[in-house]
Design a protein around this ligand. Structure first.
Ligand code: FPP
Length: 254
């Protein structure tokens, strides 16, 4: 008997924005006697399936930690493999992303990515700009502290240009200088696969009020059923945003 795929209505309280630390590729491959790169390859398939599932469920935004600013420290061959995997992913998935009304975005210090990756990234971002379904945001050469520094620099620049007075800078205004730009909701749910309880410099500003779920399932094995389990767990959590009831959403002001 095949079970029907759950509909969005089956989840009483879906997050608008999900962020994922896709961890455990290397360990998953090593446990099978395979090279780490094999884990990344199968992980790329999880990326595709989870993106499609989020689009199908009507999630607004999915942010994936695909390459951190610290990942350059890995052996040269692994970095090269990840960059070429990303490049191939962008070519291969272009059509599917466009057909599924998905809009691709990217956050991070993108200017230091290899030129072919940057070119392909810019191509898919431009082609998918009119789409109004899921926003798929890839964090590439991304670091949370670097993002806050870059935002502070932009805010200072706006100040020097006379567009912003120090007393006008509050949380909402500062958030507009972050990589994703104005109007983007913070993640409601942060998932980390692979079992480690770490934030790893991911979206440090944006996850202030996110619900965090760590699953032991490594990323190459993370597929729709585990996502559904986590979405049900999220639905049972009561979000209080520091207040006393579920309605107390953050306002950024006292
Ligand atoms: C963490 O696993 C994963 C990464 C450093 C890269 C994430 C990349 C992918 C999921 C595949 C490619 C994605 C796209 C968008 C094409 P790890 O190597 O740190 O695993 P470990 O903790 O077991 O060593």
């Amino acid at each position: 008997m095949t079970r029907r795929a759950p509909a969005p209505e089956d989840f009483p309280n879906l997050p608008r924005h999900i962020a994922i630390i896709m961890d455990g590729n290397g360990r998953w491959a090593a446990a099978r006697g395979r090279p780490r790169t094999y884990g990344h390859r199968v992980g790329a398939r999880s990326t595709r399936l989870i993106t499609e599932e989020c689009a199908r469920l009507g999630i607004e935004r999915l942010t994936l930690y695909a390459f951190s600013a610290e990942n350059w420290k890995r052996p040269r061959e692994e970095v090269d493999f990840l960059m070429s995997l990303l490049s191939r992913y962008l070519v291969r998935e272009r059509k599917t992303l466009l057909e599924n009304n998905i809009r691709l975005e990217a956050i991070g210090r993108l200017e230091t990515l290899p030129a072919p990756v940057r070119r392909r990234l810019e191509d898919v971002i431009a082609a998918s700009r009119p789409n109004d379904g899921l926003s798929l945001c890839m964090a590439l050469n991304y670091g949370g502290r670097a993002e806050i520094i870059d935002a502070a620099r932009r805010a200072m620049q706006a100040g020097l240009e006379g567009a912003l007075r120090p007393e006008e800078l509050d949380e909402a205004r500062f958030a507009e200088f972050l990589y994703a730009g104005p109007g983007v909701p913070d993640p409601d749910l942060l998932i980390r696969t692979g079992g480690d309880f770490r934030v790893s410099n991911f979206l440090l500003w944006e996850i202030s009020y996110a619900e965090i779920v760590v699953t032991d399932v490594p990323w190459p094995q993370f597929r729709a059923p585990e996502l559904h389990r986590i979405l049900r767990e999220y639905g049972r959590r009561e979000r209080r945003f520091g207040g006393l009831g579920p309605a107390s959403a953050p306002t950024g002001s006292p």
